[in-house]
Structures are given as C-alpha cells and as structure tokens.
Design a protein around this ligand. Structure first.
Ligand code: ATP
Length: 251
C-alpha cells in the first residue's frame, strides 16, 4: 500500500456565516505532486490554514505521515514544510541568518544545520548569495530561499500556497520544475495550490475546488482522457462549467 504524506478527511470550516469548506477530503501520496486548483475564494487558503494548524477545523481530521494533527500536533507539524502565499522571510536578515534561525527552530544540531543549509543552498543555486540581505533579492531568489528553508528538516510533506504569485513567466516555470525535481529526489509529497493551469502536468494528481468543495479529483491524464480534452485549461473550464450548470439548475 502507498503511504500517505497527507490525509485530509471531511473537513468543515466557516467564517461566521460564510461556509468556506464543506466536507473536503484529499490525499497526498509520498513523493507525488498534487495540484489543488480553484478560482479565487474556492477555499484553498482556508484549507492550507487548517492543514498548517493556523485554524482548527470545525469537523474532520488531518493526518501527516499518520500523525493526527489534533492528537499529535508537534509530530504532525514536524513532518511538514510550508511556503506561504506571502513571504515570511525576515527582510532585514541575510539568507544565511534566515536559514540558521529556521534550523534552530527545528532543533537541528549545529553540524546538521551547517550541512543541510550548505546542501540546500547548493540545490537552490544560492551558494554565492548567503550574505545578501533578503530585502535586496529578486522575487524568484526569495522563493528559492523559502523553499530551501521549508525543506531544511527534510519534511515528508511540502505545502505551497500559490507560490509563484508575483513571479514573471519564466521564473514561474523554472520554480515549479525546480520544486518537482527536488521533491522527487527527497520523495516528498507536494500539495501545490494554484489557479494557474500551466503549472499542472499530465502526470500530476489534481483536486479541483469550487465554493468550498472538491468537485473533481484524479490523475490529470485520466481526467483528460475521460473528458476528451488534451490540455489542463480546457479540462478545468469543462469541470468548473459543468459544476456551475449543476448549481444553476438546482440539481
Ligand atoms: P484565493 O485564490 O483568492 O486566495 P482561496 O481559494 O484561497 O482564494 P479562501 O481565501 O480560502 O479561498 O476563501 C474561501 C471563502 O472564505 C471565500 O468565500 C472567502 O471570501 C471566505 N473568507 C476567507 N477568509 C475569510 C475571513 N478572514 N473572514 C471571512 N471570510 C473569509
């Protein structure tokens, strides 16, 4: 049986009267790249906030590498790396200072921290930039620092919430391919939230969200074949259009 890096079961969440998540379930298998797609307001960020422990779900469960987020919070969170939509780096510190601080928070020994920071910087093409302040880096370089930081403790699961926002086209494509290859190398499960269909490959798993629900899921290549289309944008439009029709017809 394939191991799940992340298992989300029947999550419910509301902001006051606004129902943001309605029975959301999804899995990320070890080493798989999973795209979570949906229009603005679909519920992606709310789901991320629950999986990262920022909000508590009103119903349902989250497990990371088999550790229940409610019952074994620290163990579960310790298996996860996160790149949020907005940067959470300290702009006034250098790259090295940011990474050392994160390594300390993860409780890495000095030796492990040194080795992993050096390896991570190499893998993310940051080796020559260690003493540069984050404030002076390009958007793409900052994203690489955040990725490097998120992977320092070798998590089994990496969550990225619209991580290419603000990057130009070529930096976007480079970053998504970079994440794919790093995570394959580490056998890390990836949950990648986006509304940009060109970031999704035919070999990925996909969950399509609309109005707080998962309205389609599966291997992208299987869904393309089932809907007789050959690209992800058409697939997404077809699925979300079908769903709109269901809601509009009151079915
Ligand atoms: P985006 O792509 O724009 O980030 P999203 O898919 O991440 O959108 P969420 O931000 O999770 O969607 O929003 C889901 C729903 O919850 C929307 O109806 C939104 O208006 C509502 N919502 C989100 N945050 C809050 C909040 N702090 N207070 C009230 N309602 C909220």
């Amino acid at each position: 049986m394939t191991e799940n890096s992340l298992q989300v079961s029947s999550i419910e969440f509301s902001y006051g009267r606004t129902r943001a998540l309605n029975g959301v379930s999804l899995n990320v298998e070890a080493g798989r790249f999973v795209a979570l797609v949906g229009a603005n307001g679909a519920g992606k960020t709310t789901l991320f906030s629950i999986v990262t422990g920022l909000y508590a779900a009103h119903a349902g469960d989250v497990s990371i590498m088999g550790h229940n987020l409610r019952a074994e919070t620290l163990k579960a969170l310790g298996k996860m790396g996160v790149v949020f939509q907005r940067t959470t780096l300290d702009m006034d510190l250098t790259i090295l200072q940011n990474l050392r601080y994160a390594a300390e928070l993860h409780g890495l020994s000095r030796k492990d921290a040194r080795e992993r920071i050096s390896e991570g910087m190499k893998l993310n093409s940051l080796s020559d930039l260690g003493k540069r302040k984050v404030a002076g880096l390009s958007g793409g370089q900052r994203r690489r620092v955040e990725l490097c930081r998120a992977l320092l403790h070798k998590p089994a699961l990496l969550l990225l919430d619209e991580p290419t926002v603000g990057l130009d086209m070529s930096s976007r494509a480079g970053f998504v391919e970079h994440v794919r290859s790093l995570c394959k190398q580490y056998n890390t499960g990836v949950l990648w939230a986006t509304h940009l269909m060109d970031e999704v490959n035919h070999d990925d798993d996909i969950y399509v969200m609309a109005r707080g629900e998962i309205i389609a899921q599966g291997r992208v290549s299987d869904l393309l074949a089932a809907h007789s289309v050959d690209n992800v944008t058409d697939l997404y439009n077809l699925i979300t259009e079908d769903n709109k029709n269901v809601v509009e017809s009151g079915a």
